[in-house]
Design a protein. Structure first.
Length: 387
């Protein structure tokens, strides 16, 4: 079944009178109620390139890499350009992160650079020999860089040797390199002395289907020895989150998985109803949005729902990428450009604000009460949270 057909089927089931237990006259999804004073736009800039990952906030800067353009750092309060950075061949528009002092960015042609966050100047640059297109993971003094042979703008040759680089984040020197049997590695997760990394794997015994094979590893951080590994038909893992006892990850094939950290055995599998782009874990709750246009909070212990929120409005108005959590709220951006604030404990809607934007990715929320959104047409906006 194609993914579009799966979405149509899921929506048909979700909104059928039988499923909802109501008459056909009242089976329509609720209409959104726009709260115009929930947000106040403070600035907007046109970057002239699609923004394909949520804006990165570093201190008083908002950083984006519009497609086909240099990296831009904007002043978070005024929207004025603080600095730009580019390199020969260009930079990948999703492969960047920050530790607060440096910004790390993947460069086309298999390189990576560290930039001074104050002025965007290079601190160091490394040739990896393989492209990195995903955000890096930072833990202590180490920058963990996942790599890939397949992705937007690449030749797409599934070579079974994508590498995880452990680099010193201060000078870029190599601490160690793990050569996987995968052709694509997702951003890893760490807890204590264990590193979890996984991605797409070419399984010669796999016979069709749309999800594909996953190969997951738990590595000893000191020795790089494999503690455990497994393969499964879960597709490319979209997000990995490690706790003391478990690894949580979202699979391509519409499931969230909980894995025992010591053995690599699956503890439970949660059916999301349709595809989910990512997830967020806080305490004993997991938060995500499904293409069924439902936002979920589920219990990390058993995978059962704590609450559900149905995004109002038309079909396919699903949550983009992942929600953002604050002390008592869940914020997210929908495919139709709705910014929504929910009560984190109950899932009750606090307000809904229609931006009119055409976003591809989620929003970012600052600690001082601002929301930053990038759109597919290159529009980047800042809003102050008023309610």
């Amino acid at each position: 079944m194609t993914r579009l057909l799966k979405t149509l089927v899921a929506l048909a089931v979700l909104y059928s009178p039988l499923a909802l237990g109501v008459s056909s006259a009242s089976a329509r999804p609720p209409q959104p109620v726009h709260v115009p004073d929930a947000l106040e736009e403070t600035w907007s800039v046109e970057t002239k390139g699609a923004i394909n990952i949520a804006p990165l906030m570093v201190g008083d800067l908002v950083i984006v890499v519009p497609t086909g353009k240099p990296m831009h750092a904007f002043n978070a309060k005024t929207g004025k350009v603080a600095w730009t950075y580019t390199a020969a061949g260009g930079v990948w528009n999703r492969g960047f992160s920050s530790d607060g002092e440096r910004v790390y960015v993947c460069i086309k042609g298999g390189r990576i650079a560290a930039l001074n966050v104050k002025d965007g100047r290079e601190v160091w640059r490394r040739d990896l020999g393989i492209n990195c297109q995903r955000p890096q993971h930072i833990d202590g003094d180490t920058l963990f860089v996942p790599t890939t042979y397949i992705g937007p703008g690449l030749a797409g040759i599934p070579l079974p040797s994508a590498k995880l680089f452990a680099l010193n984040r201060f000078n870029g020197s190599t601490e160690w390199v793990f050569k996987s049997k995968n052709y694509l590695l997702q951003t890893p997760a760490t807890y204590g002395d264990t590193i979890y990394v996984g991605g797409a794997y070419m399984d010669p015994t796999f016979q069709g289907g749309e999800s594909g094979s996953t190969r997951m590893y738990a590595l000893d951080r000191k020795t790089q020895k494999i503690k455990w590994s497994f393969t499964a038909l879960d597709g490319v893992p979209k997000k990995l989150h490690a706790t003391k006892d478990h690894l949580i990850y979202a699979g391509y094939d519409d499931f969230v998985f909980k894995v025992d950290a010591k053995t690599g055995k699956k503890v439970w599998t949660h059916n999301t109803g349709n595809w989910i782009p990512s997830l967020v874990v806080e305490g004993n709750r997991i938060y995500y949005g499904s293409a069924t246009t439902i936002v979920f909070s589920i219990d990390i212990n058993d995978g059962n729902p704590v609450w559900e929120y149905h995004i109002p409005g038309p079909a396919f108005n699903y949550l983009l990428i992942k929600p953002v959590l604050t002390k008592d709220r869940v914020y997210f951006l929908s495919q139709r450009g709705y910014t929504v604030a929910l009560d984190k404990a109950t899932g009750k809607e606090i307000w809904l604000y229609e931006t009119g934007m055409g976003p591809r990715v989620g929003l970012s929320v600052s600690s001082d009460g601002y929301i930053y959104i990038g759109a597919s047409n290159g529009d980047l906006r800042a809003y102050k949270i008023m309610k």
